[in-house]
Design a protein around this ligand. Sequence first.
Ligand code: GLP
Length: 251
Amino acid sequence: MKLRILPTAQSAARATADHISDKIRTSSIRVLGLATGRSPIAVYRSIADQVAGQELDLRAIESFNLDEYVGLNAADPSSFHAYMQRHLFSHVSFRRSHLLDGDAPDPLAECRRYERDIIAAGGIDLQLLGIGRNGHIGFNEPGSAHDCRTRPVTLSDSTRAANQSDFPAGQAVPEQALTMGIGTILEARAIVLLATGAAKSAALRDALEGPVTTDCPASALQAHPDLTVFADVDAASQLDPALADRQGQWD
Ligand code: GLP
């Protein structure tokens, strides 16, 4: 694992974008896994700037998003479809972009389709992740088995409360979502995790330094052979200073 601590959320997002674009330019990345949430917004802005400046070309890349709320269709402004359109897809061209359909009549079949599509694309080369305050990745809440696959899940009250601000007043956060599983995420050849803000500091500490346990879904990432973590100083504030001092050198 490699860790880089940056002074601000903005610089951590920029470093994450540069890491992704360097990997696309210098290695044979064809399939990119994408995340939603507030943390990646600045990453996508930076990637869009690089594409606009012709420093980066995504037209040969396929993307797969991590998750979607159940019951929201692509036109719902609070859906992750709409988020991706707003923050990335309206600014850059991918060869093809895949998202789970939260409005699919048969959610289990939709999840199986997604797993098949990932395999048909050759697997995910680089997966971008954020982290929830309770250590969730994608929408894999505490208690999720570390080998779970793409499936419908019930969201915790704390996750729904954390995401309420993404919804207009009066619209409740859906209780269920479809998410790539932890086992699916771990099959990505490389993973980059971005954590910013003090609200993520305990989750990041538990993910990187705690025991590997289903209580902290992100702790499953400790087993991944190619994990790069970008954090701002606030998110890194509870990490062991000895480990934080060795940033960039962990392996
Ligand atoms: C969301 C997403 C996750 C994301 C996390 C943190 O609900 N499903 O993929 O990493 O919560 O989001 P934020 O960056 O807004 O804190």
